[in-house]
Design a protein around this ligand. Structure first.
Ligand SMILES: [Zn+2]
Ligand SMILES: [Zn+2]
Length: 247
């Protein structure tokens, strides 16, 4: 068993709000420099660039998990993770059915670039990604699970776009793997949040929108045998010796 540092919330140039330095080899290079072992690519409402980052990390000591940060009808952000690319793409297919047909205005909101592992531009997503889909947070969680995904409630401590700020509290039977807090939360504040969310496993992530946001100190230490989503899921449940080592 080994301690890995994971940051399960990283945006790329596909997110209109992310900086243009969030290219695939750039993210990988910065994570290697910071000795971050595992990241999840979680663009707003889109999984498309996760594969580019995964390929850019091939042969390097960085595990990349396919993810997406879905914005619900109530404006709650839910992080969804998948082991298999096919399942991640199917989930994206489902969610794009419910993404309102509002076009992006790149000059105003930023570009939404689909890239390859060398930052070659494959295309642009025309529809605005930074909007709520016509499904509730609970429906999104249920559907991600249907596609073999696992969900984490994003930045639960934030005043906007968090499950708690919008819906009040986290129901006991909500089928999530963990709850995320923002990177600047102290250990004591995190322990407070852990109580507020019924003792559910807590993780801390960078929610990086630019390279400078990627730092080992913002990642969550976790005890695993191998850096896989299956093992992380075991750590969320605290089984077979796998565990989250924070707060
Ligand atoms: Zn968010
Ligand atoms: Zn985010």
């Amino acid at each position: 068993m080994k301690i890995f540092h994971m940051d399960l919330h990283v945006h790329t140039v596909l997110s209109p709000c992310a900086e243009l330095d969030m290219g695939a080899p750039d993210i990988v290079g910065k994570c290697i420099e910071e000795r971050i072992d595992i990241i999840a690519i979680t663009d707003h409402n889109a999984v498309e660039n996760a594969m580019a980052v995964k390929k850019a990390a091939e042969g390097l000591p960085l595990e990349v998990i396919y993810g997406v940060e879905v914005q619900s009808f109530e404006d709650v952000h839910v992080l969804c993770y998948f082991s298999e690319w096919g399942r991640a793409k199917e989930f994206q297919g489902w969610l794009w059915n419910y993404l309102p047909p509002i076009g992006n205005v790149p000059e105003k909101f930023g570009v939404q670039l689909i890239i390859d592992e060398k930052n070659g531009i494959i295309g642009e997503v025309p529809r605005f990604l930074l909007q709520g889909i016509n499904k509730t947070a609970d429906e999104i969680i249920a559907k991600a699970r249907y596609y073999d995904g696992i969900c984490v409630l994003a930045h639960v401590d934030r005043d906007a776009f968090s499950y708690v700020s919008v819906l009040g509290f986290v129901p006991e039977d909500l089928e999530i793997g963990a709850v995320e807090v923002s990177r600047h939360i102290s250990r004591s504040e995190a322990l407070c949040w852990k109580r507020k969310v019924g003792g559910r496993p807590l993780i801390r992530s960078s929610d990086a929108h630019r390279l400078d946001d990627l730092k080992k100190e913002y990642a969550t230490p976790v005890l695993l045998e191998k850096p896989t989503l299956e093992e992380i899921t075991m750590a969320f449940h605290g089984v077979n010796g796998r565990k989250i080592l924070w707060p």
